[in-house]
Write a protein of this length. Structure first.
Length: 699
């Protein structure tokens, strides 16, 4: 995945974990001045190398300038561009950065608009432009020939005999996931860009050298174009365009540079800058490889184009070593991968998830011809959100909210706070609200079992806890039978991942679970979103905010402090902080990453509060975790997820999948044996050093 092997690089180095730092340069240029343009290209190449980039891409025809028009047919200009390319080649000697530069190239008595790929003192290959725009303000057909008119598959340039053609992929032997293809400007604007075939042939990094004059709305369109192409190709996509220095005789230039990965923007340059500028970002090549493996339709597409792809050529090369001192990871790693940090995006996400849950419950009720639902209301987060979903479902069905039969069932450890919140919430919703004290039936069960608690001995073991959880669910099912209703489940994705649910007749079971694929961190924001959206009365919103501020607890073990404001039992004391365990869940399950990489990502995201830019709504929820904290909680996650709890996930109730983060239903995203081991994951985690063993890399 990295240079030589991951053991050769420090844990804190992004290249250790399958990342590659990519750069796009937009140099200031001069029209028809390859000496100046070459020197500026070399200067920015060295800047990219100093930044730790393994690749830097420059604009289309950057060594000559794009706006030379008929000057392209001047021998002096063409020879000057070749000399400038030779300077770039020499500058790359001994460096671990690949350069892709644009220039006009003569071959087969034709002139081609080309991209030259340079590494470690060698010209690796030259790719001509496939599609020449000859409409509107573009007249490239006047000066250049299209790629398919070339006869030669090799040319001599700068004294080196190199491959020539659009069918080239450049692959670094000592960075095996780095496979590069280059197309030029118009090539990505056509129905089937050359990069689509390149991706199917194995390219993970796609580069577009563009000039692209600016007109109103074009910058946004470039974003959409590059985003979609990177997503379709499951690739990183670098886009450069010409900036200051190009002729403005009839056109204008904004110097836009973009780096996308699988549809996500990693970096964007300042536009209309009067100076040369460079952007960098760390692309996750391992993530791209995993997505291609997971989405079998990508492989099917490659198979269907096999006849074309067999003729593609791979140019292998060696880099001298990893780029020097890349520093910390250069990309945003969201601390809450299920919860967008942008307030507007977060609100839209909450609304979408809420609607998915509501519509799914509506369909289940209509299909089963059942109008009533039974739900246990604890005064905590999960049951609160499930009750909100039930209320909205009844509204959409045109049914009274009194068809929701809400029951709060205090046990031996129920706090006054949660009991009060449960009643206040049911009143705000307008459902039927009843209270059933489960302590008598639990005492009878414990006595039948011969448990010491029945004789007054305060033994709070797993049996004591599960008797209460089982009694609650048993009551709910019988209440559903009695009232012609279905039981709506409340347990969430995070609890299911960690096995934090009572199996069988416990909170593990229901007739339909609306929260089945919603993680705890997102449920928290869903409840807050309903409160802020004023869907309930003002008093109801206040209750929701109080519930959000309540410690997460199963409330099954009595507190020693009867006057405590919060529940005495804290779930996170046993299974770790949900904010961190949800992070682990996302990257382990959704992306299949090694635990050591997940620890690195968590370390990058959580170690320093100043690295994130977060709205006020999230600021108070940001802790900082040192690496030993992260690995300790990740070990808990790995053991519980892979070793001890799959049997619970193998028979979960029906429930809707709400997000691309996945679900754990055996009928959906996750199928796994109930008797697997966790050793391979724990062994990888053991490779992670302590904080004190990390090198002091620059930020």
């Amino acid at each position: 995945m990295s240079f030589a092997s991951t053991s050769d690089l420090p844990f804190d180095n992004p290249y250790t974990h399958g990342f590659a730092r990519l750069a796009v340069a937009v140099p200031r240029n001069r029209v028809a001045d390859p000496v100046f343009n070459g020197r500026e290209t070399v200067r920015m190449y060295r800047e990219a190398a100093d930044e730790g980039a393994v690749l830097v891409a420059f604009p289309e025809l950057g060594l000559s300038a794009y706006t030379c028009d008929d000057l392209f047919h001047q021998t002096a200009l063409l020879e000057g561009c070749e000399a400038a390319l030779a300077e770039v080649i020499e500058a790359s000697r001994g460096a671990s950065t690949v350069a892709v530069v644009g220039l006009p190239v003569r071959a087969d008595h034709r002139l081609f608009n080309c991209a030259a790929v340079v590494a470690d003192g060698a010209l690796l290959g030259v790719l001509p432009k496939t599609y020449l725009p000859n409409y509107g303000e573009f007249y490239e057909g006047r000066q250049f020939a299209a790629a398919d008119s070339a006869v030669s598959r090799e040319i001599t340039l700068c004294g080196q005999r190199v491959p020539f053609g659009t069918d080239l992929i450049f692959k670094a032997r000592n960075l095996p996931l780095f496979a590069l293809h280059v197309e030029i400007c118009e090539d990505v604007w056509v129905p089937i860009p050359p990069s689509s075939y390149a991706a199917l042939a194995g390219a993970t990094v796609l580069v577009n050298l563009s000039a692209s004059n600016i007109t109103v709305g074009k910058a946004d369109y470039r974003h959409k174009l590059v985003s979609l192409q990177s997503a379709r190709c499951l690739a990183a996509y670098l886009y450069s365009s010409a900036g200051i220095g190009e002729s403005t005789t009839d056109l204008a230039w904004d110097g836009q540079a973009l780096i996308y990965e699988n549809g996500e923007l990693l970096a964007e340059s300042e536009r209309f800058s009067n100076r040369s500028h460079l952007i960098t970002a760390d692309a996750d090549l391992e993530r791209l490889a995993h997505e291609r493996m997971r989405q079998n339709s990508f492989g099917v597409s490659a198979q269907r184009h096999a006849a074309v792809l067999r003729d593609w050529r791979t140019v292998e090369f060696d880099l001298p070593g990893p780029p020097q001192r890349p520093g910390t990871l250069r990309r945003e790693v969201e601390r809450f991968p299920y919860v967008p940090s942008d307030a507007a995006t977060r609100d839209a996400r909450c609304q979408e998830v809420f609607n998915i849950q509501v519509q799914s419950l509506v369909q289940r009720l209509e299909a089963s011809n059942i109008q009533r639902v039974v739900i246990g209301v604890s005064g905590g987060l999960d049951s609160t959100h499930a009750l909100l979903v039930c209320a909205q479902a009844m509204d959409r069905l045109g049914c009274p909210r009194t068809d929701i039969l809400g029951y709060t069932m205090p046990g031996f450890a129920t706090s006054a706070r949660t009991l009060t919140q449960a009643h206040a919430l049911m009143a705000a919703i307008g459902c039927q609200a009843k209270e059933i004290d489960i302590r008598p039936s639990c005492k009878q069960m414990l006595a039948d079992l011969g448990h010491p608690f029945a004789d007054g001995v305060p033994q709070y073991d797993i049996t004591f806890e599960n008797v209460q959880a089982g009694e609650r669910t048993s009551h709910l099912f019988r209440l559903a039978n009695h009232n012609g209703a279905i039981v709506v489940g409340t347990g969430d994705l995070s609890e299911l991942a960690l096995g934090w649910c009572t199996y069988g007749v416990g909170d593990h079971m229901s007739h339909y679970n609306v929260n089945a694929s919603v993680p705890k961190t997102l449920i928290k924001h869903l409840v807050r979103w309903v409160a802020d959206a004023a869907i309930l009365s003002e008093d109801g919103s206040d209750v929701l905010r109080a519930i959000v501020a309540t410690e997460v607890s199963p409330e099954l073990v009595p507190s020693n402090d009867a006057s405590a404001e919060q529940p005495g039992q804290r779930t996170e004391d046993t299974i770790g902080p949900y904010e961190l365990q949800d992070f682990h869940l996302y990257y382990i399950v959704r992306h299949g990453f090694r635990p050591s990489k997940v620890a690195f990502l968590a370390y990058s995201a959580w170690r320093d509060r100043s690295r994130g830019h977060w709205p006020d709504a999230l600021q108070g929820e940001h802790n900082e975790y040192a690496l030993p904290d992260i690995t300790g909680h990740l070990k808990t996650f790995l053991w519980r997820f892979f070793k001890t709890s799959q049997f619970k996930r193998s028979c979960v109730p029906n429930g809707p999948k709400v997000g691309s983060g996945g679900s754990l239903s055996p009928r959906g995203d996750w199928r796994a044996p109930s008797d697997s081991e966790a050793e391979v994951w724990l062994a990888d985690l053991a490779r992670v050093p302590s904080d004190s063993a990390l090198p002091l890399l620059p930020r």
